[in-house]
Design a protein around this ligand. Sequence first.
Ligand SMILES: Nc1ncnc2c1ncn2[C@@H]1O[C@H](COP(=O)(O)OP(=O)(O)O)[C@@H](O)[C@H]1O
Ligand SMILES: N[C@@H](CC(=O)OP(=O)(O)O)C(=O)O
Length: 443
Amino acid sequence: MIKVVKFGGSSLASAAQFKKVGAIIRKEETRRYVVPSAPGKRHSGDTKVTDLLYKCYGQAILDDDREEDFEEILKVIKDRYDSIINGLELTISLDDEFKTIRENFSKKIGRDYAASRGEYLNGIIMAAYLGYEFIDAAEVIFFDEEGEFDAEKTNEVLSERLAHTERAVIPGFYGSNPDGTIHTFSRGGSDITGSIVARAVHADMYENWTDVSGFLIADPRIIKNPKAIDVITYRELRELSYMGATVLHEDAIFPVRREGIPINIRNTNAPEDKGTLIVEATCQKPRFTITGVAGKKDFASITVEKAMMNSEVGFCRKVLTVFEDNGISIEHMPSGIDTMTIFVHQDEFAEREQKVIAGIHRAVEPDFLELESDLALIAVVGRGMRATRGTSGRIFSALAHANVNVKMIDQGSSELNIIIGVRNHDFDAAIKAIYDIFVNTRI
Ligand SMILES: Nc1ncnc2c1ncn2[C@@H]1O[C@H](COP(=O)(O)OP(=O)(O)O)[C@@H](O)[C@H]1O
Ligand SMILES: N[C@@H](CC(=O)OP(=O)(O)O)C(=O)O
């Protein structure tokens, strides 16, 4: 049995957190491959080391005389690592590493390099603390010429390397380009590294340790003490992650899914809790009709109206081409007989708004065109919804009771999700109402 264990920044924010992590790893022999993130927030007002590194590099590349700020931030970062090393009573020193980092920052070596040092340094500490081998992710995780993750090369090199390594620490979040420079995944990308490592060693389980007891039915920042989901399918999770449930990076699912490796989300601060199991398929009935609810704010909608639109061949395509030509991706597209509405990210749309409107006029000569902004989209997700009648009815009545005006509803063809559009300022109230009706009331 082999387990790959990834620890998030919240689990590695201080020496005290490292000790909890050490105890978890030592408890099971099978926890052979460890993927650490950079130290995260120790409390709500704190700053993640990754953010400090971005800030520090931002100072380093300024041409004017900002030496002081640069040195100050670098010292804050070094102090954080030193306090972990001292708290763990380790004898290692990162002085030489910081010397190299300072030199490389002065050479303006790259923003990705800068950010990656958070995981790199934490990996060195973790390996020393556990007595595991340290493997620099730059040697085993690869990106191609276009900057896309190179899954096949990585899998080949990484599986070969780990086949000869009994226990190792591989820092998350980064790898290398064909020219040897450092490249990072997008934010939260250590989850992806964990998944890649799990695939490479054909792990039996990918444990992803964080600061909550699993994937929760709703965002704990909106709902107080939400219940955890026991078992969730990859597909349900994809829907929820995409719509803003940030526990696991949305791209972290692909590598393990190929191999059918389950993911277990666990809590470093409550290691006895079972957490959430993420699987390909399950016969286990969900506890509630919905598995989870998540959402994102700041969308704009463009409604195009034209009589007999439905019978005009190619109408939708012509409208969509306008968005494509302007490089704007489309989030949702509910339609009626004479209308279609397109939901887009507000910030992406704002810059090209007038170009898009002009383009639509030229392309399809609509009778009427309406724009709306500051909208939020909420996804209610659940494999149990298919078998339950009246789910949308319950959602509508709950939202009506909470005085939330529903702007749009779109049921996915898989019947796995229902997407609801509301105003930004109704977002929290809508999530609360949906959680309440399905989880607390449970009629
Ligand atoms: N549905 C959800 N279930 C659990 N956590 C959620 C959910 N939606 C948002 N979160 C947030 O995700 C956080 C965990 O993810 P993250 O901050 O990336 O942790 P880590 O630093 O361990 O990688 C939780 O602390 C919680 O605030
Ligand atoms: N440290 C990186 C990568 C990461 O995955 O972090 P975490 O596991 O704390 O979300 C970030 O902040 O984006």
